[in-house]
Design a protein. Structure first.
Length: 257
């Protein structure tokens, strides 16, 4: 695949464009993840929702671009790309969806949208991630390659072939290191809030997010709040795709009127 040239094209992928849809949804991948992870969701929601997926630096066709190991810097660049492409919420409503690390990036993008005078996201879906102000101990944060790979293998969500093949693993490790570093460094004050409604999705057996940690997201919005729990672990949405799509689609359907 040729590398897109414009700034927004480098960051944004649209696998099932729906330009006439009443609402757009931008999706942010997990640590080590990439934009195609959301292709099934885009297919399931089209043509009612125009789904965009963010492609972070350091992976796939952007593998030669240095990865960004700072959540807020990732958010700033993603926000700029969305604004350049006209996805800023000033026309049709724009919703945000982030899974795991992507939930933090989406939260910071929502903050930037509101801080820079825009309408802000119509709704933020935060999936598989404890609230921004909830920090675990140093012992719970994988830092070296062995610990990172073990954590990725335990959580699932990454093709096992990449973890078993030294050459393939060497291709994905730089992005994984950067993403895990970004998450470990991220801190957010309990008083940091957005005005957008917050919908939290979580697996009932997720080792990285307890029910209480998921509910703690409520402290980070002045808008409406709801939690949806699904059977499964950290990557519950892979086995619960139909249920997740129904939940997201129903909530976005309210925006479309």
């Amino acid at each position: 695949m040729p590398v897109p040239t414009s700034f927004s094209q480098q960051w944004i992928r649209r696998y099932h464009p729906a330009p006439s849809a009443a609402v757009a949804l931008t999706c942010f991948p997990h640590a080590g993840g990439s934009a195609p992870y959301y292709a099934p969701l885009a297919a399931a929601l089209a043509p009612s929702v125009d789904v965009l997926a963010v492609q972070y630096p350091g992976r796939q066709e952007r593998r030669q671009v240095p990865a960004v190991d700072d959540i807020r810097e990732l958010a700033r660049q993603a926000h700029d790309a969305l604004a350049e492409a006209g996805f800023d919420g000033t026309g049709r409503p724009l919703a945000l969806f982030g899974h795991s690390m992507g939930a933090l990036v989406a939260f910071e993008v929502a903050r930037l949208m509101e801080q820079r005078g825009g309408p802000g996201p119509a709704v933020l879906f935060a999936s598989g991630r404890r609230a921004p102000s909830r920090v675990r101990t140093e012992a719970d944060v994988p830092r070296d390659d062995v610990s990172i790979v073990a954590d990725v293998r335990a959580l699932g969500g990454t093709d096992a072939r990449f973890l078993a093949d030294p050459e393939l693993l060497g291709m994905v490790l730089p992005a994984l290191r950067s993403d895990y570093r970004a998450v470990a460094r991220y801190r957010s004050d309990p008083g940091t809030r957005i005005g957008a409604p917050l919908v939290v999705l979580v697996g009932d057996a997720d080792p990285h997010t307890t029910p209480e940690e998921a509910r703690a997201w409520q402290r980070h919005t002045t808008g409406a709040f709801e939690v949806h729990t699904f059977p499964g672990a950290h990557f519950y949405l892979e086995n619960q795709q139909e249920a997740v799509t129904a939940t997201v689609g129903e909530r976005l359907g309210r925006l479309a009127g």
